[in-house]
Ligand binder design. Sequence first.
Ligand code: CP
Ligand code: NVA
Length: 299
Amino acid sequence: MTAPKHFLDLHKLDAQTLHAILALGSDIKSGRKSVSLAGKTLALIFEKPSTRTRVSFEVGMMQLGGNVVVMDDNGSQLGRGETVADTARVLSRYVDAIMIRTDDPAKLDELARHATVPVINGLTDDSHPCQLMADVMTYEEHRGSIRGKKVAWVGDGNNMAASFVHAAGRFGFSLALATPEELALDGAVLRWAESEGVDVTVTRDADVACAGADLVVTDTWVSMGDKDSDRRHALLKPYQVDARRMTLANADAVFMHCLPAHRDEEVTADVIDGPQSVIWDEAENRLHAQKGILAWCMG
Ligand code: CP
Ligand code: NVA
């Protein structure tokens, strides 16, 4: 039996595969290619809330002719302690792929180790690769190839920041990460970047990161599961993306946010709702980029 084509993290796939997945998603979006997943079923496991991930995977499967089964903690035996390994073995007998959103990256790995069908990472505390596929697609639709461009990440060194580092490596852009020291990105991700020669710089100064950027990105100050909201607000206040900061970026820079957003916290309303913001295209592209992922995994 051939190994399932898991979509676990961007750095676990090569650049050629990721470009091919994005091209497939774009071709399906434009109608240049048609893909059928008729007769295929995707299981969606949610151990954390979701709007975009849930709806875009459900709608994406429906539009490709397939089906979904949605499971959450409360309604399945996972919530009562059935092991991830046993769940993987059982689901593999029913469905053709499994997407999981979970707090613990170890659960994603365990699922992938024991499933005989492809497993897709729909966000863990460590990464959010599906979002990055949509983000790269969106940048390239608006401004052409992201290769060689400068991306500024401003705010928390969280799961999205980690996936931006992986994406910088695979899609060939440079990344300036501005985070407070207390909320710095996990050292293992930076060590990976160093070992791969990825162009990542770390600064505590958001203005330095934004200077000359082609894309400015931020995310919520309090991610799902974070318990220290007050502390995070205090630490991240100097990292708000506002109109002045956007003027430091290149004149044709775009602004992105994976959403959900908190206006006038991580980003001011005039920026997120302003002319440089491409957040609605970004949200839409979850659907299109994930069709590429689904077709690649199950095709
Ligand atoms: N961006 C994103 O993953 O949104 P949801 O949490 O709504 O799925
Ligand atoms: N960093 C955020 C992303 C939400 C899509 C979180 O993990 O809550």
